[in-house]
Design a protein around this ligand. Structure first.
Ligand SMILES: Nc1ncnc2c1ncn2[C@@H]1O[C@H](COP(=O)(O)OP(=O)(O)OP(=O)(O)O)[C@@H](O)[C@H]1O
Ligand SMILES: [Mg+2]
Length: 268
């Protein structure tokens, strides 16, 4: 399954949220950094120890027509077990103008063949060269929002925009994920206001977020932090949500191994 994650204007932490979900995903997963503004995971979570232009190089390969065959070679391990892998984003955001998003969407959808899921961090909606075809092809589209009025209003506009202009027939259902709920609105209030399902929430947890966004030391209790425990629950709910919506199109699959329980280095 291909699942698109994006943010509206003013929303906090879409990349952090997508990475937390990928590390907590109950099945093999690829986190694809498609933000046209560039990739952040290698510099942040990966502490800059490895440089790779996964999406940029892959999009060059795509022009030669062999994108699916080459995709695997561009994936890096996000955890020790290698169950979560990363397609690093653009090292140079000017490359976004040259990415054939339709081809990329097809290739990512092809990895999501029933055993591996793809979480696509699409960045902020309405950014220039936004990967609209990926959103259109996704089994589910998750809009990340904060919980204050400004963020919820931006999420509402984003959802209307997705429905009105971006979405093509067949686009997966839209759901919302709240980062830092209760500041001041609750998940329920936000769901009611936006009239879309709230797939879950990630609490404000600056220490754990810094591990994910900036490569701060993880420590032994990383998997048990409020943020990672919430991510585990949201990941499971998001798999179920997306699969139920996709059920009419694809055969049922069965869940596999346990969620990742520790942070690990990025490996090629
Ligand atoms: N749940 C959270 N609790 C506390 N801080 C958070 C949380 N999520 C993200 N942050 C912090 O917010 C900042 C921005 O996070 P992140 O890079 O994930 O945002 P983004 O929406 O992907 O931004 P960009 O538009 O630059 O791609 C980081 O410093 C990160 O540590
Ligand atoms: Mg980001």
């Amino acid at each position: 399954m291909l699942i698109a994650v994006l943010s509206a204007k003013g929303a906090p932490g879409v990349t952090t949220a997508a990475l937390a979900l990928a590390l907590s995903w109950p099945r093999p997963v690829v986190l694809a950094e498609l933000d046209p503004a560039g990739g952040d995971v290698l510099a942040g979570y990966g502490r800059g120890e490895q440089a790779a232009d996964g999406l940029g190089e892959l999009s060059l390969a795509a022009r030669r027509g062999d994108v699916i065959a080459r995709l695997d070679a561009h994936l890096l391990q996000l955890d020790q077990a290698g169950r979560a892998r990363l397609l690093p984003g653009l090292a140079d955001p000017t490359g976004a103008a040259h990415v054939d998003w339709s081809r990329m969407a097809g290739a990512l959808d092809a990895i999501g063949d029933g055993t591996t899921d793809v979480l696509a961090d699409c960045g902020r909606l309405r950014t220039e060269h936004f990967p609209t075809p990926v959103v259109s092809q996704a089994a589910a589209v998750v809009v990340v929002t904060g919980s204050n009025l400004r963020a919820v209003r931006a999420a509402s506009q984003a959802i209307a925009h997705l429905r009105r202009e971006e979405a093509e027939p067949g686009t997966g259902p839209v759901a919302v994920m709240v980062v830092a709920p209760g500041e001041p609105y609750t998940e329920r209030e936000i769901g009611d206001a936006l009239a879309v399902p709230v797939i879950g929430a990630l609490p404000r947890d600056a220490k754990t977020a810094a591990v994910l966004s900036d490569g701060a030391p993880a420590g032994r209790g990383f998997a048990q932090t409020a943020l990672m425990r919430a991510a585990q629950s949201v990941a499971a709910d998001l798999v179920a949500f997306s699969a139920s919506r996709q059920a009419v199109l694809a055969p049922a699959w069965s869940a596999s191994a346990d969620p990742v329980d520790s942070a690990g280095p990025i490996r090629g």
